[in-house]
Design a protein around this ligand. Structure first.
Ligand code: KG4
Ligand code: ZN
Length: 380
């Protein structure tokens, strides 16, 4: 069946069309078209995502992306009628080019989620096809299976996963350890009590005068310093805290670590005067602390629950240090899945995978469209 998936939970607008076959343990996907729009540049002046602006951009971009994916997939049988911003149904015909629509309904910024949901509802009504609401975090967990090239095409299977499985989901809004004793059943066994790890990267970067999003910036500085550190012992040496590292649960905390960086920066002096060299050292120690907490708790959870498969997803999953350290704790013991670099951040392809699997799992039953609501704090 053909599935069209939509993602608008934060600052990325995405629409993907895939052909999907098979059951929940042997699904196969072919990406027919994929188009997205990142709003990063627009939000840079605000130092983070500005929700009202993000919402407006989603409204503007959804009809454009829809037309693009219909064209790319050669499914635009009907000649488009006049377009209008935010009016999806004006530009597409009544004949359904796909069999199912999947849309992110949470967690995320509610005003952004609504843009995708309303758009999806209109399309589903016009085409008279089912609409499947998808949890963004399930999407991140499923992103590890996806494949797409720069032209937005690709083919991939969802392999049979050895259970129990664990997902480490790390993004700008979430830091979670999710246990699956059975495939597609989720239990959150640990999560952050305050800031998400990606959020901590972003905030620390901002304090150091680095642009949004801060994760890749900090990571770049830390990697440069990491190579040097191996060669010479640093004159400016300090340690940052590893909050909750040895607590018996699987929870995390990142706000204390962020504050520790703030105090340290205040001691050193105005940020404009802090040299690149010192910034690199801070970035390295911050990254070491942030990642150590993730990896240590993950290794403890692997031990406790006798985990056979680990999936790592979310924007922070592309962090090079995290990937190296996670490989060390899983090597030879646990089958590890991480997303391709172009699928670690928010994307609509992962929503298509999760949407299809949920649709099959629910025996092709979907909720009534009027019951689908943006749910900012949705939990797996
Ligand atoms: O999953 P995502 O694209 O959006 C959310 O659902 O939040 O994650 C975005 C987060 C941002 O906080 C960003 O700074 C972080 O992922 N991130 C990174 C890296 N690349 C992106 N954090 C650390 N290292 C990276 N290389
Ligand atoms: Zn995300």
């Amino acid at each position: 069946m053909k599935i069209l998936s939509i993602e608008t939970s934060c600052d990325d607008t995405g629409i993907t069309i895939m052909e999907a076959t098979g059951g929940i343990t042997n699904a196969s996907f072919k990406v027919l078209a994929d188009s997205s729009n990142s709003q990063i540049k627009l939000h840079i002046p605000f130092g983070g995502v500005y929700p009202a602006l993000a919402k407006r951009e989603h409204a503007k971009n959804l009809p454009i992306l829809l037309e693009e994916v219909l064209k790319q997939s050669k499914l635009d049988k009907k000649a488009p009628t006049p377009k209008g911003v935010g009016v999806p149904t004006a530009s597409v015909g009544n004949e359904a080019p796909v069999d199912l629509i999947a849309v992110t309904y949470g967690p995320g910024l509610e005003m952004c989620l609504w843009e995708g949901i309303v758009f999806a509802k209109e399309l589903a009504k016009k085409w008279d096809i089912p609409l499947m609401p998808v949890d963004h975090m399930e999407g991140h967990a499923c992103s590890v299976f996806g494949k797409k090239n720069e032209k937005g095409k690709g083919k991939f299977n969802v392999p049979k996963i050895q259970m129990p499985a664990l997902a480490l989901l790390v993004s700008g809004g979430h830091t979670q350890l999710v246990l699956s004793k059975k495939w597609m059943q989720y239990e959150i066994i640990g999560e952050t009590l305050d800031d998400a790890v990606g959020e901590a990267f972003d905030k620390v970067a901002r304090m150091m005068g680095l642009p949004y999003p801060g994760g890749p910036e900090i990571s770049k500085l830390a990697e440069e310093e990491r190579i040097k550190e191996k060669e010479a012992l640093s004159a400016f040496s300090f340690t940052l805290p590893r909050p909750m590292l040895h607590t018996k649960n699987f929870d995390f905390s990142y706000s204390g670590l962020k504050t520790a960086v703030l105090y340290m920066l205040q001691k050193i002096g105005p940020v404009e005067n802090i040299s690149e060299e010192i910034k690199k050292k801070i970035a390295l120690e911050f990254e070491n602390a942030a990642i150590e907490c993730l990896v240590y708790k993950t290794s403890k959870a692997i031990e406790k629950y006798k985990i056979k498969t680990l999936l790592v997803g979310g924007g922070v999953s592309c962090n090079a240090h995290l990937q190296r350290e996670i490989k060390k704790i899983t090597k030879g013991k646990v089958k590890l899945f991480v997303p391709d670099r172009n699928l670690s951040g928010d994307n609509s392809l992962m929503i298509g995978i999760a949407g299809y699997l949920e649709f099959i799992k629910n025996k092709k039953k979907v909720p009534k469209p009027e019951t689908i609501k943006a749910t900012g704090n949705l939990k797996l």
